[in-house]
Each structure stands twice: as C-alpha cells, then as structure tokens.
Design a protein around this ligand. Structure first.
Ligand code: GRF
Length: 179
C-alpha cells in the first residue's frame, strides 16, 4: 500500500488518485492545505503532522512513520512534500521512498527548480522520479523525461503535465515489483 506525503496544492496526489493506485493514507507537514482536502474528497484517511506539535523533526517523523506503518504502507511517495525526511524515517522505509522533482537531476535540486532552469537559460529541463535519501534531491534516479524550456510562458504547465503522467506510471511499476 502507498502512503503519500504532501505539503500544498496536491495536483500530483490527484494524479495518483485518478490513476486508481492503492493509496492507504495521505500525510502533510502543513494543516489546511488543498492536498488534504483532495484526499478527504477521495475518502482516503488524511492527517497533518505540523512540526510545531513536536519537540523536533525526528520526533515528528517517528510518529509519522508509525502512522504510515499502522495503515499498511510499504511505499512512500513524496508528491510535493517540502521537508527533508530524517534518517530515522528513512531507515524504516529503506529503498521505499520516492519523490517527483521538476528538473533533470542532478541539475537544479531544491525548492525553485523551474525558476532556476529559467534563470540559467538552458534549452531543456524536465522531470525526475527518484529514490529519496538523506540529501536534498540526491537519491538514485528511477525515470527522467526532458521538457523543452521554450515557450517559457507555458513551461510550468508543461512540466506539471509530465509529472502527472510520469509519477503514477513509475509508482504503478514499483507497486507491481515484489511489494
Ligand atoms: C511539483 O512540481 C513537485 O515536483 C514539486 O512541488 C510541486 C508540487 O505540486 N516538488 P503539487 O502539490 O503536487 O500540486
């Protein structure tokens, strides 16, 4: 079963829901975000784990991992989740956490990948689905797809469209692979 971690809009979560993938639950680091509403509308258990409720991030991540494991999660999908995960969390989901990122990693890691690609004036950027490790967008690449930067004014929409196709595709394959 899949657990999806979110932080905001949740359009990638929606793509996973629409693909009919087996999502056990959705967790957010922020309360009141659109992604949680999308989960609830789909009848999926959803909960916020805001940092200010815990002594530190490690404690929050321990409770988050407990909550996911209790719901049968064996694959964690980061769909616009904007916090780094602590080593304690990753130890409990070894090689079973994946992320979608709007660039061709290792180019343009971090929270502003699309703006960074525009500023760098590269002809091509893209989308990466990768395993998550302790670093910032540094885990092993699973799948990448290039996206031409021009026309620049539609780049964001075109990157999101690729994300919404690529992430469910890869997650479906991972679900079929000995889980
Ligand atoms: C996506 O572009 C994702 O690649 C990035 O943050 C954005 C999240 O969008 N990490 P959404 O919340 O899935 O709509």
């Amino acid at each position: 079963m899949i657990g999806v971690l979110v932080s905001g809009e949740g359009s990638n979560l929606q793509a996973l829901i629409d693909a009919g993938l087996p999502i056990a639950c959705v967790a957010s680091n922020r309360a009141g975000v659109r992604a949680l509403e999308r989960a609830e509308a789909a009848g999926i258990p959803a909960r916020a784990f805001p940092l200010d409720g815990y002594a530190d991030r490690a404690h929050r991540d321990r409770e988050l991992a407990d909550w996911l494991i209790l719901r049968g999660v064996d694959l964690v999908v980061l769909a616009g989740y904007m916090h780094l995960l602590t080593p304690g969390f990753l130890d409990r989901f070894r090689d079973s956490v994946v992320n979608v990122h709007p660039s061709l990693l290792p180019e343009f890691p971090g929270a502003h990948a699309i703006d960074d690609a525009l500023a760098a004036d590269v002809p091509t950027t893209g989308v990466t689905v990768h395993y998550v490790d302790e670093g910032l967008d540094t885990g092993a690449v699973i799948r990448q797809e290039p996206v031409q930067v021009e026309p620049r004014d539609t780049l964001i929409e075109r990157i999101h469209a690729v994300e919404h196709r690529l992430l469910p595709e890869v997650v479906r394959e991972l679900c079929g692979a000995a889980r």
